[in-house]
Write a protein that binds this ligand. Sequence first.
Ligand code: ZN
Length: 328
Amino acid sequence: MNLAPWHAQEWQRLLARRAQDRLPHALLLSGAAGLGQRAFAERLVAAIVCERDDAPCGTCRACRLYANRVQRDPEETRPDGALAQPDGHPGHPDVRFVGYALNEKSSPKKMFTELVVEQIRELSDWLALPPQLGRAQVALIDPADGMNVAAANALLKTLEEPGERRHLILLTSTPARLPATIRSRCQRVEIHLPPAAQAHAWLAARGVDAKRAAAALRTAAGNPGIALELVQSGGLALHAEVEADLRDLLAGKAAAAQVANRWSKSEPERRLWFAAMQLQERARALTAPAELPKLSAGFDRLNRARECLRGPLRPELVILDALSALAA
Ligand SMILES: [Zn+2]
């Protein structure tokens, strides 16, 4: 739960509000993937439940319970295959992590591909109970944009009247995908890209030399987390290739079938991941909202395609299906 230097300002602001007992009841935390917003949110939850003033102290009973994590069995995963709860569910009775969950009614058991209304109803029922350790009850919903329409609607009432000492933290890297009714009921905290010097220093502290750091940051549009991933995975050239393909596809200058054929032959999963990430960046930078549904649909289909690559279908067809959502 380490904070990055670019978290410092927002973090201090929230801690000051905690000291005055004025933390918002509903908070929408957003930032591009790679900026450590999950770590930020988890640390904020710790600060809310911690029993001391120097929160999170890491040693009080609340902090220790919170740090005690378990993964569900089977492990919960996001549609893209990543763990839904990267460090597991906390052992603190007054904290809930809500994310992609297992559909108990499916057979064979499968993960839900959205956050469903039953999860939100259960959360609301839980929030109506008194906190067990007394300080507060906190729920972290990640990714908040994974909620389907019914789930988002069910959350509205809880967001309006969360009750005393109840805190909801919603996480998203694409706030525009959340209904306006949800956004307007939350206080916004946005994790911004750090200044270049800070990003370089952060990469240098992780052993990346200046030249590679510069190239990776350029490719990652200044995002240090993604730059680090690119350096560690040697994905700079691949990333550039995917970017050019996406640009051509969206502009109608490339045929989806041709691109799918090429992508299926080398590192298809990573290409799909890069493409999804790039679409997310485009969605965040959008000035014309009319483009958003297309980018959102493309993002979903790319992520689903990554999952399908592990199935019996031919990779080429899986990729083609996802890319045809983007073709102009
Ligand atoms: Zn503590």
